[in-house]
Structures are given as C-alpha cells and as structure tokens.
Ligand binder design. Sequence first.
Ligand SMILES: [Zn+2]
Length: 353
Amino acid sequence: MSWQGIEGHDAVVARLAAAATAGRIGGAYLFVGPAGIGKERFALALAKALQCRSCAAGLVPCGVCPSCVQADAGSHPDIDVVRKPEDKATIPLESLIGDDEHRMRDGLCWRLLLKPIVGPRRVAILLDADHLAVEGANCLLKTLEEPPPGAVVILVGSAVERQLPTIRSRCQIVRFAPLPDATVAALLRRLRDEGRVATVADEVLAEIASRSGGSVARGCELADPALADTRRRIVDLLGRRPLQGVELARETLAAAEAAGKDAAPRRQRLKLLFEGAVDFYRSALRSSVTAEGGPTPDLARAVAAWNGATDEAAACLQHTLDAIAAVDHNAHLPTLVDAWSAALESPYSARLA
Ligand SMILES: [Zn+2]
C-alpha cells in the first residue's frame, strides 16, 4: 500500500486516518524517527489531507480542489513550514514569534492564530525540532497548551529524547520506523530510473539498501560513486601501519567539504565517512575473533593489512562512534576530524573532547 506516494508507514497512516474518522485529530503531534525515511514528506502529505475540501476516508485528499492544488504547489497560505536555517545552530526565535520589530505579529505561533484563508484550518509544520532552543520552546509551549480551534502543529525531530520534556508532554508522539530494506531498494530503483541516483545494477542497489539503515537519503548517498571511492580510500588509509593521521584527516575533511558549501550536507557526508570507519573496525573486531575478513573485498584487504589487536580495534571503534555523536552535536568539523585521526593514532591515550 502506498499513501499519497509514501511507502513504508502504513501503520502511521492507519492510526491518523482512524483519528480523522473519529473526528479526533490532535492539536499537536511530534513525529520522530531516523533521518531520510520520509517524515517531512509525510507531514506535508498529512497537511494536504487535513486541508482538502473533500478528503476521502483514509485521509486521501482529492488532489483537485483549490486547497490541494496550492498544497501541491507549496504555496498554501494555511500551511506554514518552518525549518532551521543552514547557518544557524537553533531555530531562530523570529521564525516562531517574529523579529524584534514584529514580536507577536509574525512567525509560526502568530500565524497559527489567524483565520484560515483557503483550507478549513491552520497547519504548522516545525521541521528540525531537535534544534529548538529553550527560549523558542517556551514561546511554542503556549501555542501547544491552547491551540486555536482546529489548528494542528506537527513537530518533526529525530528522537523523543532530543525534545524538551515540556514540549513532548504536550504532543501526541508518532514514531516512524526505518524503512524495510526491500522498500529502500524499490525506492532507490525508482530514483535510478528517474535519473536521480547513479545507474547501478539492481543487486548493487539491494546491497546498498541493506547498509542504508532504512533511510532512502542515506541509500542515495551510498549510491554516489564518488563517495564509494572516497570510502574505499579512507578504509585503505585506516589499514596502513603506522597510521598516517595527517593524511587521513586531510582526505576525510576534503571529502566532507566536497559535499557542498552548507554545513548540513557536509555533516551528513562526514557521518557516512565515519560510518565507513565503523565498518572497518567492526570487521577488524570480528576478524580477530572469527578470522573472517570483512563483508567486502576492500574491507577484507584493509583489515588483513591492519592486523591490530582486539582491544585496539575496540578503542578505535569507540573513538569513531564518539566522533559520529560529536557530528550530531554540531562540533566544528576540521577540529573534530583532527581529533578523530589523532585518537586513532594513539587509541589508548586519546579522548575526543
Ligand atoms: Zn482536495
């Protein structure tokens, strides 16, 4: 089954459709789940359905009413989407309650109070809810406590634990699971046929899907031939003894920076490179116990060349996992990459800040 072209979240659709049928759509939802599995698309599709003038049972919008047309065009005046700007660490207060000169006369919270123009209600979607600062959250809180009649606020974040307790206690929590490998593979095949993913064979896409963690976005990145090359080079560097930390750091940082000038794609790329290192050290740990080489020939070769002790592999694995966590906490990337490669050079003494 596919709801508005969205795959893999049938249980969530069923839950919300049942609520809609019972006339019990909530005023505030918190969507949580890993990145790249379609939460944002789902929130937009839900907003469209909630705004449709003749929505069918099962939250299926008609697709032709003025409301649907504007929702599809991304220009619906009653659907408000706010996200964190690339260059900011948190969602700016002005996106919620207006800038200094327009306090409480602009922003998501204020617009939610206005009479709807086209649809039957106001819907506000707050993406990047993980990056809601305390001040912004306090402003949002009042809206969540007393939402205007019919209004719906959808917060989209990665995990419940990353939301402030005051916020999450006022939202209905909707969990999105990672997509099954077969669904990721099918979606990757569709993207490939549309020319949006590198042309590779179905078997390769299936293998990529199995490493995607259920995320189509991650699958797309793993399918990028340039990234695959870089991951191979980094794995090769990890396998050398002694480790050339400076070269490793230079290569890693350059590859992350090649992902674009914005911080978000660079962080995402760096995480994928670090995950390549995680694969390497996990394979090394496994091979120290079972004498298996690794899931791919490149990994097997690099692990055999490295030939380190179990506790060294474990220490390096931990340093790399710490580095991935630091990416999520907005660490300064060049400093982080330097600290990571230095930690791998002396895995027993180093600690990532
Ligand atoms: Zn419609």
